[in-house]
Design a binder for this molecule. Structure first.
Ligand SMILES: Cc1cc2nc3c(=O)[nH]c(=O)nc-3n(C[C@H](O)[C@H](O)[C@H](O)COP(=O)(O)OP(=O)(O)OC[C@H]3O[C@@H](n4cnc5c(N)ncnc54)[C@H](O)[C@@H]3O)c2cc1C
Length: 306
């Protein structure tokens, strides 16, 4: 039985990453979760989502980048994405990761790269979501987000919080004071019990508590989950408190519970799908397997079928 923590450990394994990205049958299996290798393929995937009533968040996969020149190229890639969103008229914002922009090198470099993208999004009337990564970078991610938010508007840049972290409730209280637009997710990294709740029951309980905190704030937030219990709790809470369907959005990942994505859009909820693309798919893909280890067998079966 392959466990979540084994898959998350392997997601950071450089040797396996090099092997997997060069081994073409493995690469083929990523198409369930990754829209393609380039911007144009991703636009096609987003058009299909738009056609069924979902918006998107465009994401160029790359993380833990250690060369400054590559972090700057990541910034330029996002300027191209923002331009293509406008050219094509697809309904999509963008998501970025700060380790993609240099967090493992220098926080000022990261801020400059992120600022370039947020400034361009603001100029175009678009929105940048700063993804949340492992707990070693939670504080610096929040600090850089706050600097961006001090300069740009509520509808220009937002952040993510993870319900598995013990600190999240306190972070949310402070972020709502700014205020900030927040995506709530459970959290996808390997964390120690000192910083994260080890039991799913506590992660879920915290998720529902934070969801209520967010949706009572009057700010437009993203409720990111595929968990029907979290979705039902959100629908129940908003229904009971007269919070309109247009006051928040549900968010899900490309390739996960497409049926539920369509259903919620049909029921009149705002539904946004996170659509990643690019060559550096390995860690993202492995985190998706870790969320549902049964996916490993699905991938292997399909690989053997050729
Ligand atoms: C839009 C979006 C953005 C995200 N951004 C971040 C981020 O910035 N930082 C971060 O740490 N995490 C992020 N995540 C990932 C998140 O933290 C969780 O790891 C992931 O969403 C799984 O949690 P869940 O809420 O779906 O609930 P779970 O309890 O993990 O899953 C509930 C059910 O959903 C289905 N499911 C969930 N994941 C999968 C999968 N991969 N394949 C197939 N079925 C699945 C299964 O049926 C499962 O039983 C994001 C998730 C979404 C949807």
């Amino acid at each position: 039985m392959v466990t979540r923590s084994t898959l998350l450990y392997l997601s950071r394994h450089e040797g396996l990453k090099d092997f997997a990205t060069r081994f073409s049958p493995f690469k083929k299996m990523t198409t369930r979760f990754v829209a393609g290798e380039d911007i144009e393929q991703t636009i096609r995937a987003i058009r299909e989502l738009n056609a069924i009533g979902c918006t998107a968040s465009f994401d160029h996969l790359n993380e833990s980048v250690t060369r400054a020149a590559e972090t700057e190229e990541e910034g330029r890639e996002y300027l191209r994405i923002l331009a293509r969103i406008d050219d094509t008229g697809i309904r999509s914002n963008v998501s970025i990761k700060l380790t993609q922009f240099g967090l493992d090198i220098d926080s000022e470099l990261t801020y400059r790269n992120a600022r370039t993208v947020v400034a361009e999004a603001a100029r175009r009337g678009n929105f940048v979501r700063v993804d949340m990564e492992g707990s070693t970078v939670t504080q610096v991610t929040i600090d850089i987000f706050k600097r961006l938010r001090a300069e740009f508007g509520l509808d220009d840049v937002g952040i993510v919080v993870q319900s598995y972290l013990r600190r999240t409730e306190t972070d949310v209280r402070a972020l709502l004071q700014i205020p900030a637009r927040i995506r709530l997710c459970k959290g996808a990294y390997n964390e120690s019990p000192e910083v994260a709740f080890p039991d799913k029951k506590d992660v879920d309980e915290n998720y529902v508590g934070v969801m209520r905190q967010l949706l009572s704030s009057g700010v437009y937030h993203g409720i990111a989950t595929h968990d029907p219990r979290m979705i039902d709790a959100t629908i129940d809470f908003t229904g009971k408190h007269g919070i309109g369907k247009d006051a928040f959005e549900f968010q899900m990942l490309y390739g996960v519970r497409r049926d539920l994505q369509e259903q919620l859009a049909r029921d009149g909820y705002n539904m946004r799908v996170y659509v990643p693309y690019g060559k550096h798919w390995y860690p993202y893909f492995m985190r998706r397997l870790a969320e549902r280890p049964a996916n490993v067998w699905f991938v292997m079966k399909n690989m053997l079928k050729g």
